[in-house]
Ligand binder design. Structure first.
Ligand SMILES: [Zn+2]
Length: 372
């Protein structure tokens, strides 16, 4: 593959994301430090005035947070469109007639995907805002701890729910390749991670998934993307599935959720200190932008720790996959394929690795398999 193209795309992606995050931060600063926050709060109170008393306060929070989150999502749209344009293979090389004729199509697809993401983001923000508000009114000075714990439980439930949805959502069927199916069952057996069945997605436009293991205990299922079934060798698929089984065997998801819960509570404790310094009660509407700003800053600062845990888990999963299958060549081929498809840089600098990489670099992964 063209390595400089991957490096260039990733550099642009990071820059665009930084610009988008800075725009969001500016909006929050404007709400926290200027009368804009008070105006927004007054608007929310006016519009919630007709709601019966027990529900009025949460409605005010929903309106306040909803409008703010909507503005943040609108600010993110240019970034998403810009990156979608850069991601198209043709945009890096010759301007083909294809790329001239089709941007409208792709733009529309990207836009509708972004609308879904935005709707989800707004709903999530409103839920978080309500949790903060109820915690502040009901648990007073401990609001940051009760909010941190409540949000962690909601996050864990959501992760589990999404996993179940992926497994149940119509589009899966038992893997047609009986030989591969038997082999994957044998691997899961020897890995000590029992699975209920091996499936493939019927169709998928989602190119980010290759294989995943969903569910828990004996209800676990292995899901394989159609692209893998079509184009990848059986050895490569086996190695990738073995890698995913390692995440289950070592409870990597639970570890990550626990670290996230601790960091989230610490970030909210810092928000509490910021509110105290600013003399704003946590239950006030105008507290919310300051809470979001402080907690996001702490969360961002903690990103290297979260990613370091992830890279350690990924390294262990790679080692596990190599040990269970003994397929170093297939492992190297699969790592290169994933790297090409996701435009992953071969040699990111250290800062980039700390803040953006949840996986070891391609070089490190190939070196682990002795294939460099
Ligand atoms: Zn992994």
């Amino acid at each position: 593959m063209n390595e400089s193209r991957a490096a260039r795309y990733q550099r642009l992606r990071r820059r665009a994301e930084a610009v988008s995050a800075a725009a969001g931060a500016l909006l929050l600063v404007a709400c926290a430090a200027t009368p804009a926050g008070e105006w927004l709060a007054a608007w929310a109170r006016r519009n919630a005035a007709g709601v019966p008393a027990p529900w009025r306060a949460v409605t005010e929070v929903a309106l306040f947070v909803g409008l703010l989150a909507l503005a943040l999502e609108v600010l993110a749209i240019p970034t998403v469109l810009y990156l979608a344009a850069k991601r198209r293979p043709s945009s890096a090389g010759r301007p083909t007639s294809d790329s001239v004729a089709r941007p409208g199509f792709e733009g529309r697809g990207v836009l509708s995907a972004q609308l879904q993401t935005a709707a989800f983001g707004v709903i999530a923000a409103v839920i978080v805002g309500m949790v903060v508000h109820v915690a502040a009114t009901e648990t007073g000075g401990w609001w940051w701890l009760t909010t941190g714990l409540t949000l962690s439980v909601i996050l864990a439930a959501a992760v589990r729910g999404v996993s179940t949805l992926i497994a149940r959502a119509g589009g899966v069927q038992p893997l047609g390749d009986a030989g591969l199916s038997a082999r994957l069952s044998a691997v899961s057996e020897s890995a000590g991670v029992p699975v209920a069945g091996i499936f493939e997605w019927r169709a998928s436009d989602d190119e980010t998934h290759s294989a995943s293991v969903t569910g828990f205990g004996r209800g676990r299922r292995v899901l394989i993307a159609p692209e893998l079934v079509r184009d990848w060798s059986r050895d490569e698929i086996t190695v990738v599935v073995a890698h995913e089984l390692s995440h289950h065997k070592h409870h990597d998801l639970i570890q990550s959720l626990i670290l996230d819960a601790l960091l989230m509570s610490a970030a909210l404790a810092a928000s509490d200190a910021a509110l105290w310094a600013a003399g704003i009660p946590a239950s006030a509407l105008t507290a919310l932008p300051l809470i979001a700003l402080t907690a996001s800053a702490i969360w961002l600062a903690a990103t290297p720790f979260r990613h370091a845990l992830s890279r350690w888990q990924e390294r262990r999963a790679d080692q596990f996959a190599l040990a269970v299958t003994g397929e170093a060549d297939a492992f190297a081929a699969a790592v290169r394929r994933v790297g090409d498809r996701n435009l992953i840089e071969d040699r990111p600098d250290r800062l980039t690795r700390w803040f953006f990489h949840r996986h070891p670099t391609i070089e490190e992964r190939l070196a682990m398999a002795g294939k460099r």
